[in-house]
Design a protein. Sequence first.
Lengths: 339, 339
Amino acid sequence: MPDAQNRRIVLASRPEGEPKPDDFRLETGALPEPGAGEVLIRTRWLSLDPYMRGRMSDAKSYAKPVEVGAVMEGGTVGEVVASNNERFHEGDIVLGQGGWQEHSVSDGKGLRKLDPGTAPVQTALGVLGMPGMTAYTGLLNIGQPKAGETLVVAAATGPVGSAVGQIAKLKGCRSVGIAGGPEKCRMLVDEFGFDAAVDHRAPDFAERLANACPNGIDIYFENVGGRVWDAVFPLFNDFARVPVCGIVSHYNDTELPSGPDRTPQLMGAVLRKRLTLRGFIVWDFASQQADFAREMGDWVRDGRIKYREDVVDGLEAAPEAFRGLLKGRNTGKLLVKVA
Amino acid sequence: MPDAQNRRIVLASRPEGEPKPDDFRLETGALPEPGAGEVLIRTRWLSLDPYMRGRMSDAKSYAKPVEVGAVMEGGTVGEVVASNNERFHEGDIVLGQGGWQEHSVSDGKGLRKLDPGTAPVQTALGVLGMPGMTAYTGLLNIGQPKAGETLVVAAATGPVGSAVGQIAKLKGCRSVGIAGGPEKCRMLVDEFGFDAAVDHRAPDFAERLANACPNGIDIYFENVGGRVWDAVFPLFNDFARVPVCGIVSHYNDTELPSGPDRTPQLMGAVLRKRLTLRGFIVWDFASQQADFAREMGDWVRDGRIKYREDVVDGLEAAPEAFRGLLKGRNTGKLLVKVA
C-alpha cells in the first residue's frame, strides 16, 4: 500500500453565516483497513459543490447534515488500491462518495466503475456527472425549453450553468448567461456559445439583463437567488418556468433580508403570469440517468457541449477553494486534485 | 319589449384598497338596440367573483381593466328578448358576459345556449361554470391528487373551494377546508363532506390547521394568501403541489406587508421540499371544457358534488354584495338575481 496514513478534512464546527477556515480541520489518521466485501480507494479527484454548504448546517433538509467531527461529504473519483469485493479490482477507477479525504473504504454500494478510455475520469464529477445531470434533468423536465424561447441562467460559467445554457441552445433557445466580471462574460459567449452574457457586478445589471432579453424570459434556471432573482423577476413572460436548483447567494444568510415582505408580490406574479416554480434535486430524476449518460456523452464527444474545469491542488486546499466557490471565485467545475 | 330603460352599474373610480360604495355608480340609460346579427338579452343572473377586483385596477394583468365610466364586467345568464341572429331566438336562455346591467347586446360570440331541463340555469355561473371549471382544471392538472394525500383549500364554502374539496375526496384525498366561523366550518363537514374544517378566525388557527393535517399537506389550492398561506407553509410535504388560483386577501392591498422579506424562505422551501407552485386561470385549460362539462355534470346530477348558492336580489345590491365577497361574507356561490 502506498501510504501508511490517511489525511482527511472534518467539519470542526457548524458555520454561522460564511464558513470560516476553522470550521474545517485537517486530521491525520491511520489508513483504514478494508473489511470483508470492502474496497480501499485512494482519492484522485474530489468534487466541491454548493450543496455542501447545506450539509454543514443542521437545518431540516432533504439530506442529513454532516456531524461535527465527521469527514466532510463529497463526490470523488479514485483508484481501488485493495479489494475484498469481487466486483472491484486493484487499479479500477471508481466514482463514489469518498468525502474530503485521501483514502476511503466502501462496501461497493453506490460505487461505479469508470472507463478512462471514454472520457477523462474527472468529468464523472462534472459535465458527465451530478452537475451535468442537474442541468439536463432540471432544464428538460421543468424548464421544457422550446425553440425561440429565452433562457436565463446565473453562475453560468459553473458546471451546471454552462451545461444549462448550452443544452438550451441545442433546443433552439436564446441563452443568456449571468456571471461575475468581464472575463467570465467573454468566456460565456466565446467558449460556451451563449447568445449574450451579463455581468452581475455591473451597477446597471438589471438594465443590462433587460436589454439582453428583448423578448422577456421564458425559462429562468434558478441557482443563486438574491440580486439576480430581483433582476429576472420583472422580465418573466406569461407561462415562464423556473426550475429551482439552488439559491447559493442565501446559503450563508443568518437572517432574512429586511422588508417589505415581497411574498405577495411573488405569488401575485405566479398567478397573473401563470408562472411555474418547481424545486428539484438531481436524484428526483434518477430514473433518467441512462438517458442523460447517453445523450450528454454524445454531445460532449461531438463537441456540442463544452466544459471547463477549475483545479486546485492537494486536499489541504479544499476548504479555501470551497469558501471561494460560495463567492463565485471559481471558473468552471471546481475540483481538488488529491493524488 | 319589457322595459324602455336599462339600469347598469359602472366603475365610477379606481379603488384605493378596499372598493368603496362610491367606486360604483348606478346609471339608467336607454335600452340598447340590437344591430344586424345581434341579440338583446335581459339579465336574469349576474355572477360576482373575486377576479373582478383585478379588473377595477389598472395594474398589468392577464386581462384588460374595466375603463372608468364603463359597465363592470361579469358573467351572466339571461333571456334573449330580441334577436337579429339566426343562432338565437326569443326566449333562449344564454350564458355570456353581459356585465353588471339589466340588458346587454351581443353579437353572439362567446354566447352559449343553456338547456334549463338539465340543471338550474344559474349553475352555469357556478358549479357547472367558471368557478367549477377553475376547481376542476386547477386541481386535476396542477394539484394532481392521489389517493391518501392531504388537500387543503381555503374559502372552502365558496364555489371554487367547495368543488376543490369534493373533487379531491372523489380522488381519495383527505380534504381539509378553511372557512370563517363555526357555521361555515360545520357546513364543510356536514354538507360538503370535508374530512375536517378549520376556522381561520380562531386565535390558534395555525395550530388547529396542523392538527387537522397530521400527515402534512400534499396539495394546497391557493386562493387567499396572507394568514392562511403562513399557516399552510410549514406543513408542506416534500413534492407538494400548489395551484395558485387567487390571493384574494391581498387584492385590496395598497402596499406590501412589512418585513422581513420572506422571499428567500419561500424559495428555500421550494428547493428543499421540491414544491411546485403554478399559477393558472381557468381559460388556460379551455381545451378541457367538454371533459369538465361531462364529468362535473355527472357528479352534480349523481349528488356526488354538492353546491350552495348565496343569492342577493336586484342589480342595485351588487356593489355591496361584491364588497362582502372580498371579506368572505358570502356562503356559497354569490349570485345577483337581476330579473
